[in-house]
Design a protein around this ligand. Structure first.
Ligand SMILES: [Ca+2]
Length: 460
């Protein structure tokens, strides 16, 4: 049997001095109540034990003073005077999500809704009590913690990013593609507000309802819209047209010869003769809106010009110094549109020009046969000299290993050169730079030329 303090209408249970011995089936209780004058008072004493240990709600006790049933704060058993030190066994209270029939059965701050202990609207259970739900961009660990319409996304309360935006108090459905907008936040998903319309960036394309980044060079594609910048979708890859080449991250139209180059300064440029895949570096000379492709240049004798058919076919030397562009390239360029030829020659600070309004070099099968007519200039027409046996015009090309000239010997061998020879004279700008075999020769000017630049240009 338990002994309990037994007092009524006291302000502090600890002040109770009266003691009573409970009946066999009774235990101690503590009862707190509020009077009509708002005063808080306590009763302590014995109660029937079943009222304390069974049932889930606070037990009801009868106050001896006025006979009204009241709720008890707590009950205890097993310890003598347990209501004296207030170390009582509390009535079991239902936790969040557990079943209930009334609010009293649920733990503090929970309420019983649809027979389940829950926090009220706009509050969530933090593990020990209900607290207000969190607003946009507060930290969270689950969506329960976030206000209605918000989701816990990567630790923050957010709107459904694919369709919604936060207007300050709730998530609203964002604007669709092409709908008007005032800023990008109001556009759905990946759309941005551009010129007051929900759109994709210029580096993106629209697929379904989202903006995707356009593809880079060589990435797979289904149409050109999906390719970045100047790329086109060719054979399901973002590429350049065959008339273009890749420079950095864009396709540029191939320069077929210097005439197509945008630069205005003399120098080395890259061209694609005939628009082919082969990039060729070449020296360009820019003169008063005319842009010349240099096919031969000799200035200091640093390069040997006594070479084979194959070497003349492919070209040799350095575009930064002396070189021969190559008969294949000269053929391709000169047959791509109508071309003019200009030859600059220098000796002892004197210089002369020989210009021709028509210039064609045929292909290898036709031995790179030369057509050069329409002379003007001050060096004289050594390509078509008075002595018809010395002409270069109409002649095939001759090298030391391929004799196509009209002479009984090989002019290329006897003059250690290579040229469009007839009978070994006339024009010979590939002769040795200096030495016993002679120097560069132009029959209508002189035979000791020390510098030459042979260049061609497509006529508009
Ligand atoms: Ca011969």
């Amino acid at each position: 049997m338990q002994k309990c303090l037994s007092c009524s209408e006291i302000e502090d249970p600890k002040m109770c001095k009266n003691e009573t011995t409970c009946a066999k089936d009774e235990i101690c209780y503590l009862h707190k109540y509020t009077t009509h004058t708002k005063q808080q008072l306590f009763d302590v004493g014995c109660k029937h034990s079943s009222l304390c240990t069974q049932g889930y709600s606070n037990i009801l006790g009868r106050r001896s003073s006025d006979g009204v049933h009241q709720e008890c704060e707590s009950c205890c058993s097993g310890a003598v005077f347990c209501n004296h030190d207030l170390q009582c066994n509390h009535v079991p209270r239902q936790n969040v999500s557990e079943r209930c029939t009334s609010d009293h059965q649920c733990k503090q701050s929970l309420s019983c809704e649809q027979n389940i202990c829950k926090c009220v609207v706009n509050k969530f259970w933090n593990g020990s009590l209900c607290e207000p739900k969190k607003t946009f961009h507060s930290t969270c660990s689950s969506s329960d913690e976030c206000l209605d319409t918000l989701y816990c996304n990567h630790g923050y309360c957010k709107c459904d990013a694919s369709v919604d935006y936060w207007n300050g108090s709730s998530c609203l459905t964002g604007k669709l593609y092409n709908e008007s907008c005032s800023n990008s936040v109001k556009c759905q998903g990946t759309f941005r507000c551009i010129n007051n319309k929900c759109s994709c960036l210029s580096s993106e394309y629209l697929e379904g309802s989202q903006c995707l980044t356009r593809k880079l060079f060589n990435e797979s594609c289904s149409n050109s819209v999906k390719c970045q910048g100047t790329f086109r979708c060719i054979n399901n890859k973002c590429s350049c047209l065959s008339s273009e080449y890749l420079e950095g991250s864009q396709c540029l139209t191939k320069k077929l010869e210097c005439e197509d180059v945008e630069g205005s300064h003399d120098g080395v440029y890259t061209i694609y003769p005939g628009g082919g895949d082969m990039a060729v570096t070449v020296y360009c000379i820019m003169r008063q809106a005319k842009k010349w492709t240099v096919i031969q240049r000799r200035v200091n004798g640093s390069v040997d010009f006594y070479r084979t058919w194959h070497e003349y076919k492919k070209g040799f030397g350095s575009v930064y110094g002396e070189y021969w562009l190559g008969n294949d390239n000269i053929n391709i360029i000169s047959t791509n549109g109508f071309h003019e030829l200009s030859i600059y020659m220098e000796q002892s600070n004197l210089h002369r020009m020989a210009n021709y309004s028509n210039f064609i070099v045929d292909n290898e099968r036709n031995k790179y046969r030369l057509t050069v007519t329409g002379y003007s200039g001050d060096a004289g027409d050594s390509m078509n000299p008075v002595d018809d046996r010395e002409k270069s015009n109409g002649q095939p090309f001759t090298t030391k290993d391929r004799d196509n000239d009209d002479n009984s010997n090989n002019c290329a061998v006897s003059h250690r050169s290579a040229w469009w020879y007839a009978n070994c004279f006339g024009s010979e700008l590939n002769r040795p730079y200096s030495g016993s075999a002679g120097t560069m020769y132009w029959v209508t000017w002189r035979s000791d030329i020390s510098k030459s630049i042979v260049m061609i240009r497509r006529k508009s």
